[in-house]
Each structure stands twice: as structure tokens, then as C-alpha cells.
Design a protein around this ligand. Structure first.
Ligand SMILES: [Zn+2]
Ligand SMILES: [Zn+2]
Length: 344
């Protein structure tokens, strides 16, 4: 009988268990202070919920979903991210719910990462969501909540990266422009993007590969091709952040891996780590459910912990207490597990 927990999971025994409990409490306190109400959704969902909302080209769908066929021959997937399930639940019962709907979750997420990646297959995530309001102040608020939460944890040395990824009005034309640029620069690409970028050219922009990054640095930016409405929205977000004392770094290569996001994309990144892992990230979407024909605005941000690099150099594993930002790799993963919700 094997006593160690399954690969990619952790037992949280004392004192780690108490520390995790305290983290949950602090996250809940911040969320409630800003008017977000707690929600829980099932630990598993029909696989199509995630495959439809994530788009067939996202990394989550193509490589990392923890999916299986149950005894009733249904394709199910352990929850890999929070937005799609919360949106599904909201759409299912929205007649009984207030609009806009502000909610938060504190729960476990599952990604079937390759074992050698050192990433956990089960990790914890704190996320906030705002549905059915398109106002830029909602974008600002989810970022403020992320900032307050990280500061409560004693983190302060991080930067906020911000971009706009446009919408249905301006992104299609930009996408064509980017495709033409990538086609002309195909010889400079080295990884899988050399043969395959047409299905999701935006992914080349935030690819970690050196060659891709060099090409991305020269590529046309979405920010230069926003329609008037998106431009106005972006300016309102940056102005709102400035009012809150937040100074984001405009990052044209920051895109979200999930296709349903529009406009604001952001990440809180610790500069301490070479891989600049995101502490918290988020974006704004327009649809959250594949079954819904309506486009509904949603925005959210999420922070995950214990999701990545769970072995620190000293050899301790799966600690749950935040340390200085320089060592946050041991503690934090990006919201998508690689980004929350809504990034990567
Ligand atoms: Zn690449
Ligand atoms: Zn636009």
C-alpha cells in the first residue's frame, strides 16, 4: 500500500493545513470587502463545457485537461479553471441572481501536467468574477482585488502587466495583419509555431520560445489597431488604475490563451523569477457558455497557489505559506495553471 499522495497532489498536514486555511480566510475577507459573494460549482463537468469555451487551440484543452469517461459513458473533466463552470451555473439560474453578478471562488483545480514538469495536478485557486457589466470600472476593480490580496499576503515586489486584446470589431482585422506578418517571418520561428500558427496566431506573441519572442517583439500590436470603443475602454482602465495608485506596465505581447476573452488582459508578475511566473492574472470575456447564444460580458481574475514548481531549492515541497516575492515560484502559479482565468 502506497502511503504517499498520488503524483502531483499534496497532503496538507499541520502546520501547512492551518496555513492554507488562513490563506482561504484572507482571500474570502478581501472578496467580501469588495462585495463579491462565495460560489461553489461541481468538481467535474461535462468535457464539452471546457472544450467549447476554451477553444480547440488552447493549451488547456489540447494538453492538460484531466478527462475521463465515467461508468455511464459520459465524457467528464475535472475542473481545470473557474470561469466556465461559474458562468454555466450563473446562466442556469440567473433569474434568481442579481445583475451585475459579483462572485468569488476558493477551490481546487486539476490539470494533467506531465509529471516531469514538477507542476501539481491538483492546485488551489482564488478567483473573482463579475458578470453582466461592461463598464471599465469592473476591470479596474478585479485588478484592485488582486492587488489588495497579494499585498495582504505580504507580497509587494511585482508588476502589473496590462494589454488590450481587442474585440470582435477590431481583432479579426488585426489577426489578418498578424498572420501576414508571421507568414513573412516564418523562417525566424523555431518551435512548433513554425509550422502551425494560423489557428491561433496570438499565441506566438506570448510564446516562451526565444525565436518566437524575437518575432513577437517586431510584430504589429493589437494596441495600435484597436477600434474606437476598445481604445476608449483601454484608456478608461488605465485612468482608473492610476486613480487607485496602480501603475501597470503596458505589455503588447500579453494575450490570453482562451479564445473568449476580449479587451483587458492583465497579469501580476513577480520580477524575481526568470520565468516571470504570473501571481495573478485575468481578462475580460464576452461569452462564458458554449450553450448560450447570447454574448454576456464577464471579467475576472484569479490567483493560484501550489500549482507549480512545488519543489523549492531547499527541497521542501508544497508549502502553503507565502514568502518573499523572490521565492514565490514555490508558492504560486499563474491563474491559467500555466493562466483564469481567465492567461495561459
Ligand atoms: Zn513559439
Ligand atoms: Zn475593438
Amino acid at each position: 500500500m502506497e502511503l504517499a499522495p498520488p503524483r502531483g497532489t499534496l497532503d496538507l498536514l499541520p502546520p501547512e493545513g492551518s496555513r492554507m486555511r488562513a490563506l482561504y480566510d484572507r482571500a474570502a475577507e478581501v472578496a467580501r470587502r469588495y462585495g463579491y459573494r462565495y460560489v461553489e460549482t461541481p468538481g467535474f463537468e461535462a468535457t464539452e463545457l471546457f472544450s467549447a469555451t476554451s477553444g480547440q487551440t488552447s493549451d488547456v484543452v489540447s494538453k492538460e485537461m484531466y478527462s475521463f469517461v465515467d461508468r455511464g459513458d459520459r465524457a467528464v473533466t475535472l475542473r481545470p479553471e473557474g470561469t466556465a463552470p461559474v458562468m454555466r451555473a450563473y446562466l442556469h439560474r440567473r433569474q434568481q441572481l442579481p445583475t451585475p453578478f459579483k462572485t468569488y471562488y476558493l477551490t481546487r483545480m486539476y490539470r494533467y501536467a506531465r509529471p516531469q514538469s514538477g507542476r501539481l495536478r491538483e492546485h488551489r485557486q482564488f478567483g473573482v468574477e463579475v458578470f453582466d457589466v461592461a463598464d471599465p470600472t469592473a476591470d479596474v476593480e478585479v485588478m484592485v482585488v488582486g492587488d489588495v490580496f497579494l499585498r495582504l499576503l505580504g507580497l509587494s515586489r511585482y508588476e502589473i502587466r496590462l494589454n488590450s486584446i481587442g474585440d470582435g470589431t477590431c481583432r479579426p482585422a488585426y489577426r489578418e495583419l498578424l498572420l501576414a506578418f508571421l507568414e513573412a517571418n516564418r523562417d525566424r520561428l523555431r518551435d512548433e509555431h513554425r509550422d502551425r500558427f494560423a489557428d491561433n496566431p496570438l499565441r506566438v506573441l506570448d510564446c516562451k520560445d526565444q525565436a518566437c519572442r524575437a518575432v513577437a517583439a517586431d510584430a504589429p500590436t493589437m494596441l495600435d489597431h484597436l477600434c474606437d470603443a476598445c481604445r476608449e475602454h483601454f484608456e478608461a482602465v488605465t485612468a482608473g488604475l492610476a486613480e487607485e495608485g496602480l501603475a501597470p506596465v503596458i505589455t503588447p505581447t500579453l494575450v490570453r490563451g482562451l479564445d473568449y476573452y476580449t479587451r483587458t488582459a492583465f497579469e501580476f508578475v513577480s520580477p524575481g523569477s526568470r520565468s516571470s511566473r504570473a501571481l495573478c492574472s485575468g481578462a475580460v470575456g464576452t461569452t462564458g457558455s458554449p450553450r448560450s447564444s447570447e454574448a454576456r460580458p464577464c471579467r475576472g481574475s484569479a490567483s493560484g497557489w501550489g500549482s507549480s514548481g512545488s519543489r523549492s531549492r531547499s527541497g521542501t515541497r508544497g508549502s502553503t505559506r507565502p514568502r518573499s516575492p523572490g521565492s514565490t515560484r514555490s508558492w504560486w502559479g499563474s491563474a491559467q495553471g500555466g493562466g483564469t482565468r481567465p492567461g495561459r
